[in-house]
Design a protein around this ligand. Structure first.
Ligand code: SF4
Length: 336
């Protein structure tokens, strides 16, 4: 691999992203967490707002979790932000707000794995630590012509070793960003732009015209379907919401939602708990697709007649947009 060509290409061609124009380890960490499972274009406005509201890791450590979740509402995978919050508190307490600067200290923080630790060490501190994400896996597997299953950790470990050996001969802060950028903008999943690739000369996939076959990723099981009855319960100027404590979407608010066969089963279930509702006849259905789940929601409007579940929280209609809510419920059309 001609590392010098790759790095020169990066310096001349990279996109001017707000999180690529900084060496601040906290900012790089925030961006790497946001970029997990999320497109760059989506992340940019969230990143700018996040850094404006929490400019330092201590500001994040002292944030209210609900404010934090509201700020990132719409990005999904909210567990990553709750872990980030825990890590910020540790940095605030243990390191007196100074972002740690060794790989082991960084990797020991909640929510930080090898990839994120490698990205922070190389981009912020210019130290040679591999950061192997999906883009880098694609570039290296194509460049080496490696057609083993990259869902398997042992095969990814081989690529990580190659990436580690390359970064040791490179300028780490440039190299890590360069190989990620190459994967994002040139060596793309479909229709890679090999004609403008700085490492084309020795690329095995290019020579053998096998770009479409690599990387090889074995098929995953499809998403599981879940059917819910969802209640939009309101009185004159309030809705009743529930704060989730399930691992999926923990800390986010939702309209009360039940895994029951029908609205009639739900009415019976709630009556047994001393809750009586007037449920409107008209209802509609909506669907939301997560990466591993599909929610099919049958949505009913209701008014509370008697009793109330201890899990339901009354929220003023004016404030409904101020609480953190997952997109699956935020997008429900609650108007009748
Ligand atoms: S030559 Fe094409 S397939 Fe090979 S690394 Fe470059 S863009 Fe990817």
């Amino acid at each position: 691999m001609n590392i010098q060509l790759l790095q020169t290409w990066y310096l001349e061609n990279h996109r001017k992203l707000p999180f690529r124009e900084t060496k601040n380890p906290y900012h790089i960490w925030v961006s790497e967490v946001m970029l997990q499972q999320t497109q760059v274009e989506t992340v940019i406005p969230y990143f700018i707002k996040f850094i404006a509201i929490y400019p330092t890791v201590c500001d994040l450590a002292h944030a209210e979790e609900e404010h934090l979740l509201k700020l990132v509402e719409g990005l999904g995978y909210y567990r990553r932000f709750r872990l980030m919050h825990q890590a910020a508190k540790i940095i605030d307490h243990i390191y007196q707000g100074r972002f740690p600067n060794t790989y082991d200290e960084i990797k020991a923080l909640p929510g930080i794995g090898e990839y994120t630790a490698g990205a922070i060490m190389s981009i912020a501190y210019n130290k040679p630590y591999s950061a192997l994400d999906g883009n880098v896996i694609r570039v290296i597997s194509r460049y080496m012509g490696d057609d083993r299953d990259m869902r398997q950790q042992k095969n990814r470990n081989t690529l990580n070793d190659i990436n580690q050996s390359w970064i040791e001969d490179a300028t780490p802060e440039i190299y890590t960003q360069a190989i990620m950028e190459l994967g994002a903008t040139v060596c793309k999943p479909k229709n890679p732009r090999c004609g403008m690739c700085p490492i084309q000369e020795h690329c095995v996939a290019y020579q053998q015209n096998r770009q479409d076959e690599l990387p090889f990723l074995s098929k995953l099981n499809g998403p599981t379907s879940h059917h819910y009855v969802t209640l939009i319960i309101e009185d004159d100027d309030h809705y009743y919401l529930r704060k989730r404590d399930e691992e999926l979407l923990k800390g986010m608010y939702e309209y009360p939602q039940f895994d029951v066969e029908s609205i009639h089963h739900l009415e019976t279930l709630l009556q047994e708990q001393g809750v009586e509702l007037i449920i409107e006849e008209h209802y509609h259905r909506e669907k939301h697709i997560f990466s591993h789940q599909v929610w099919h929601m049958e949505i009913h409007h209701a008014r509370l007649l008697k009793g109330k579940s201890p899990h339901w929280i009354s929220i003023s209609k004016n404030q409904i947009n101020e609480v953190p809510m997952a997109t699956a419920h935020r997008k429900i059309n609650i108007k009748r």
